[in-house]
Design a protein around this ligand. Structure first.
Ligand code: PXP
Length: 253
């Protein structure tokens, strides 16, 4: 896959393939193939592949992580809870990146950012252990100044801002307010020396405003992109998302 080494565009796209595995797990079949999806997404223009190994293994399985991390030059971003089990798996499989997320079994998806301020020492220890294994570790947090400062103090090299509240906003005013929080949060994180990523609930119609935030350099997108792929194919869904991101990015003067 020669295109894995292609120069990165101004804003990178990480494609989350969890829901390819959701479809597979629904029937206990060996298809659709998560690895084939990852290769197709990379070929269509993604810069990395994200998978979330959840505690209940509802979609991605340990074997998927092992296989994906074993593919030379495939930039894998492993989302996981900050637990001994997950730190052990990450250190054994060595994805390029990890993103520490909060996790509760009952939730449908990751519902809020990680509380760094309330457990700074534990987070710092997790970041140190992942860093020692050569993994770049990020923290998935809400665009909240206290959490962003705590992430920097815990030693995070980069953070991923949770865009769920923005994506779920029910009216124009609250959507604008959530966008403003993301802009302020991204600027604060950048000023503290951290690289800023964002994700959750993004789709072609709402991604432009997020891609237009200069401090944000990577978006991780899954559910809407995989859902769109059901109708137009994964490669076209990646191209369509890329185009929407690029259109937003061009608004930066
Ligand atoms: N980033 C993180 C940290 C996530 O937990 C998720 C959901 O797994 C995403 C991005 C992607 O969210 P979505 O599937 O809504 O695009």
């Amino acid at each position: 896959m020669t295109d894995l080494a292609a120069p990165a565009p101004p804003i990178r796209l990480g494609v989350n393939v969890d829901h390819v595995a959701t479809l597979r797990q629904a029937r206990g079949t060996h298809y659709p193939d998560v690895v084939a999806a990852a290769r197709l997404a990379m070929h269509a223009g993604a810069q990395s592949i994200t998978v979330h190994l959840r505690e209940d293994r509802r979609h991605i399985q340990d074997a998927d992580v092992e296989t994906l991390c074993g593919i030379a030059d495939l930039p894998v971003n492993l989302e996981m809870a900050l637990t001994e089990e997950m730190i052990g798996i990450a250190c054994a499989r060595r994805p390029r990146d990890c993103c520490l997320v909060p996790e509760s079994r009952e939730e449908l998806t990751t519902e809020g950012g990680l509380d760094i301020a309330g457990q700074k020492t534990r987070v710092a220890d997790g970041l140190t252990r992942l860093g020692a294994a050569g993994i770049r570790a990020a923290l998935f947090i809400d665009p909240d100044a206290e959490q962003i400062r705590a992430a920097a103090e815990a030693g995070a090299h980069h953070i991923e801002l949770h865009t769920g509240a923005y994506a779920d906003a029910v009216d124009v005013a609250s959507r604008r307010a959530e966008l403003a929080r993301l802009i302020e949060g991204a600027e604060l994180a950048e000023s503290l020396g951290m690289e800023v990523h964002a994700g959750h609930g993004l789709h072609v119609d709402n991604v432009g405003d997020i891609a237009a935030i200069p401090a944000i350099v990577e978006l991780n997108i899954g559910h809407a992109l995989i859902a769109r792929a059901v109708f137009i194919g994964l490669d076209d869904a990646v191209l369509e998302m890329r185009a929407a991101m690029d259109a937003g990015r061009q608004r930066i003067v």
